[in-house]
Design a protein around this ligand. Structure first.
Ligand code: LIP
Length: 288
């Protein structure tokens, strides 16, 4: 997927390669902090959108470290982080931070949680932004995915590419569910429409890692409704630079409303089912 260049000249002569390098250093530094600071028994410091949407002390500590490192290296950039207030900047670039993606897994000690760091140009909103570079660092096992716009994607330094499932019925599909019970009920309704038409489902608990597993061929497709910008920013550039199509429904770009990713052929087939099931809640279900 090389050859795609930044939409506008980057500020202060910075390069995509330098931004990617910084994203990797940020994600791995915060990963080390979270790994070394994880208590034997993790406790919930607070809850957010619902009583099952947790935040822990290490979510906050990880974000504080990321913000401090960015302030030191790129003081004019803006910051949007899951746990803190948005910080305005003057450079036109915004760092989009998920200090621990997969917090419920982190809480229970289930594998699959990561530090996700991306830098975007334009409005920091999926559907409007251009993701210039990103890194997803899986803290438990150290796997590190990264990508730069026009540079391709790597896992642990090795180039990666999406898989090539021959059909939807033999596709392994990743997905996730929200923190709101009504939302989960509707996601369950949609899943009942998808499941009989695919190989199997994987609910791994971190959108950032799911998108990277899609990028390296460990999953054939991924879809989820209700992702926040920080859940998807870095994973999106890794997936697209690895050859994936990443989209929404009804011709829309991927966004909080819906994110679907995979090889273009398989994505089109899954989008058809998701639209018919009204998976984004925009229309009326034609099935299920
Ligand atoms: C998580 C996402 C996951 C989704 C969870 C949650 P968090 O993000 O990565 O895909 O299914 O509901 O939103 O809350 O761990 O940063």
């Amino acid at each position: 997927m090389g050859g795609v260049s930044s939409p506008a000249p980057l500020p202060d002569g910075v390069t995509v390669t330098a931004l990617r390098d910084l994203a990797v250093r940020l994600a791995t530094a915060a990963g080390a902090l979270v790994r070394e600071g994880r208590p034997d028994r993790v406790v919930v410091a607070d809850t957010k959108s619902s009583d099952v949407d947790p935040v822990t002390v290490m979510d906050r500590a990880s974000e504080e470290l990321l913000r401090a490192m960015i302030a030191a290296e790129r003081p004019d950039d803006a910051i949007m982080g899951e746990e803190g207030d948005d910080l305005a900047g003057t450079s036109g670039l915004t760092w989009v931070l998920d200090p621990i993606d997969g917090t419920v897994n982190y809480l229970y000690g289930v594998a699959s949680w990561a530090v996700s760091v991306a830098v975007v140009a334009g409005p920091p909103e999926p559907g409007a932004w251009t993701v210039l570079a990103g890194c997803v660092h899986s803290v438990g096992d150290g796997r590190t995915w990264s990508a730069g716009l026009g540079e391709g994607a790597t896992r642990d330094g090795e180039p990666i590419h999406v898989g090539s499932a021959a059909s939807l019925s033999t596709s392994l599909v990743g997905t996730g569910f929200g923190y709101d019970a009504d939302r989960r009920a509707d996601q369950g309704r949609v899943l009942a429409q998808v499941l009989p038409r695919i190989r199997d489902i994987r609910r791994l608990g971190s959108a950032a890692i799911d998108l990277c597993l899609l990028a390296d061929g460990s999953l054939d497709l991924y879809y989820e409704r209700g992702l926040n910008p920080w859940d998807m920013a870095a994973g999106m550039v890794v997936a697209t630079e690895a050859g994936a199509a990443v989209t929404g429904l009804r011709g829309a770009r991927a966004s909080r409303t819906m994110t679907v990713a995979g090889t273009p052929e398989r994505v089109a087939e899954l989008v058809e089912i998701l639209e018919a099931a009204d998976a984004d809640g925009v229309g009326t279900p034609r099935i299920g």
